[in-house]
Design a protein around this ligand. Structure first.
Ligand code: GLP
Length: 242
């Protein structure tokens, strides 16, 4: 595990964007695994800035996003598909058909969609660089604390902690979907390189548990300690308990 300590969110975002930019420059047709949530927003802004400055070309990049809420149309304000368009895809020269987010609209509880998504990742030959945020309960994507590490893309019942954490984006708590589809831990662990961005005091205890405690499915992110090329970019507040 490589740890990059940033003084604040701006520096963290710049450092993470540098790593993603290096990946795109070294392999222009790379496959990026992307994440939603507030943590990577600054990283995406930095990538857009580099693109606008002529330093990055996304025309041959493919992306696969980690997760999507069940039941949300890609146009829905809080869908992760829309989040990605608004925060990155609409601002760079990536062809829309090269971007992938699981569909939240399957009618068979996700069975076909989850299989399709894993086959899609396999058809790309895996993910070159997977960007992650960290859930307050240690989740990655929507891999919630459990008694095992889920392997492939699957449907998941969101925990109360995640519903509480994510309700800030919805008008009412009842509007937060109770289920989601997410890449599994195997999908994430098979990425050649993994990059996590974490900021803020509120995540400090989770960072300590995940990266300075035992590897356990009760803290899904802890498995990243075993990844051969894992970089954690965190600000001082997120590292304050370590
Ligand atoms: C969501 C996403 C995760 C994300 C997490 C943290 O639940 N499914 O991929 O990492 O929230 O979000 P934030 O960065 O807003 O704290």
């Amino acid at each position: 595990m490589r740890l990059i300590r940033a003084k604040d969110y701006a520096e963290l975002s710049a450092r993470a964007a540098d790593i993603i930019a290096a990946q795109i420059i070294l392999k222009p047709d790379c496959v990026l695994g992307l994440a939603t949530g507030s943590s990577p927003v600054g990283t995406y802004q930095e990538l857009i800035r580099k693109y606008e400055a002529g330093a990055l070309d996304f025309s041959r990049v493919h992306t696969v996003n980690l997760d999507e809420y069940e039941g949300l149309d890609p146009k829905h304000e809080q869908s992760y598909a829309r989040f990605m368009r608004e925060n990155l895809f609409d601002h760079v020269n990536i062809p829309p058909e090269s971007t992938n987010v699981p569909s939240g609209l399957s009618t068979d509880a996700g069975a076909a969609e989850c299989a399709r998504y894993d086959a899609l990742i396999a058809s790309f030959g895996g993910i070159d660089l997977q960007l992650l945020g960290l859930g307050p309960n240690g989740h990655i994507g929507f891999n919630e604390p459990d008694d095992h590490f889920p392997l492939g893309t699957h449907r998941v019942a969101l925990t109360e902690s995640t519903i509480q954490a994510n309700k800030r984006f919805f008008e009412r708590e009842e509007d937060v979907p109770r289920f989601a589809y997410t890449m599994g831990v195997r999908d994430i662990m098979q990425a050649k390189r993994v990059l996590m961005v974490v900021n803020g005091e509120a995540k400090a205890e989770t960072v300590k548990k995940a990266f300075f405690g035992p590897v356990t499915p009760c803290v899904p992110a802890s498995i990243l300690q075993l990844h051969p090329d894992f970089t954690l970019v965190a600000d001082e507040a997120a590292l304050s308990r370590c």
